[in-house]
Design a protein around this ligand. Sequence first.
Ligand code: ATP
Ligand code: MG
Ligand code: MG
Ligand code: MG
Length: 563
Amino acid sequence: MRLSRFALATTKQTPADAEIISHQLMLRAGMIRRLAAGLYTWSPLGMRVLRKVENIIREEMDAAGALEVLMPAVQPAELWRESGRWEAMGDLMLKMDDRLGREYCFGPTHEEVITDFAKRDIASYKQLPVNFYQIQTKFRDEIRPRFGLMRAREFIMKDAYSFHMDQADLDREYHGMRAAYTRILDRMGLDYRIVAADSGAIGGAKSEEFHVLAHSGEDELAVSESGAYAANIEAAVTRAPAGERPAPGGELRKVDTPGVATIADLCRALDLPAEATAKAIVVAGDDDRPVLLVLRGDHSLNDIKAEGIDGIASPLRFAEEAVIREHFGAGPGSLGPVHLSLRVIADHALEKTADMAVGANYDGAHFVNFNWGRDAPEPEFADLRNAVAGDPAPDGSPLAVLRGIEVGHVFQLGDKYSRALELTVLDENGAAVTPQMGCYGFGVSRIVAAAIEQCFDDAGICWPTAIAPFELVIVPIKADKSERVRDACDTLYAECRAAGIDVALDDRGLRPGPMFADAELIGIPHRIVVSERGLDAGTLEYKGRRDAESRQIGHGLDAIREA
Ligand code: ATP
Ligand code: MG
Ligand code: MG
Ligand code: MG
């Protein structure tokens, strides 16, 4: 690519509204431009990265035997009524009517549609197992779209859905998909963890998430040093009932709950100091819509239950831990006199009907696990006290809490959707069987942002080569004054292209400084500088994106390859 024709649009200024580094750098590099809240246009530069990500995912899905399809983004309401999710999805789903008044949504996910598709074409056990996938645009009306593509409203997902005659075959495919995700992330060169997860609104039994590790990650992961135990804190803490799940801290202590009606009672039940009753912090909603509330000790848990979180206390719309700490004047590891904070993670789908669950505090010392809601008459408390403050994992190895960005999620759905939508196939004996299903989501656009969170420095993005917009940039010095430099660059550029190197030639005629700065900002892994001086000496100047200094290498393709 000749950069003079590439519509690069970099800026030096850090955009004021971008909170995290990936969002800042994607805007500064000109990879994306905002249209409206949670809606972004991908520029030619951004597209090159997105396409590389898609290709890796596509190659690994194909290699794992999954079959690519493309489903409509717009989906009829009837299907969602059949599965019972038309109402359950709540405001997350963007709903619309057509000219005849028929109801539709812009798909936030595709379990219903794929099950309907399977129903039309799959009739016999001979057609199973099968795994269909697509790379497609989803819309989720996230309450707080933020961080650019990290939590967008319109985003690109790779979603796959598999169908099986029995659980054993579903297990096999699930592990195959897990392995494919592992290869995808390995090829992208990212540091990640696979953790036990909560199945949330999608439902189903077993589920695991793939998290790219980053300080800005919205999720907290409890990971044992031995690697034997790893869980999203959401799952580590919410999986009720206590005692039936692997306790990160070994032992779960149930707190007797009959007397617990207020935050103050809760503090007492947990043996927390009395001052704790002064304030309790509740982050309401789910990860997508954190609303910070400060509750007084006399606020009743039942009030919350009856009126909803928004009904009581003054919502302080702070979501960031840093803001919480600032607000209460306490540093990491302590919230000063505030000894109790409840972090309520309520899945949007469940929020109104039943289970509002889970408390975990910010200082990591006390964990509260309870369910409340219309279907849960008695709140249940389990104290995972000290769980994350070093207590060992079940195998005795110490636990650490890491922050991660969820980029992939694999689920065993069982027959939830096949049963609801009445999908059956005939087995060898001609008997109708309801297939077992798995589903496997991957955040195609999110991983672009997640990769930047892990790969950047003061000058900009440091792409892993596999997903860099270009592998190599050729920078001519004073090309306007030297035909020799121009010719050498053109020749080298042509040679690189012929050799299959994804190369950019910076022929914009800028001074070296701005060209170097752009190459670093947009994160091209390798840079070659061509100058009169180098040509005299028969050398090229090479610099790897993360190298401190440039060095001279021989002229020609082999030398570049070696470098
Ligand atoms: P999160 O917990 O971050 O809200 P999720 O659990 O709701 O994600 P899934 O339903 O598991 O998401 O969807 C599969 C994948 O789609 C996620 O692992 C994530 O990579 C991606 N994804 C989900 N929501 C968004 C979003 N708002 N913007 C970008 N990517 C998203
Ligand atoms: Mg979500
Ligand atoms: Mg999640
Ligand atoms: Mg998920």
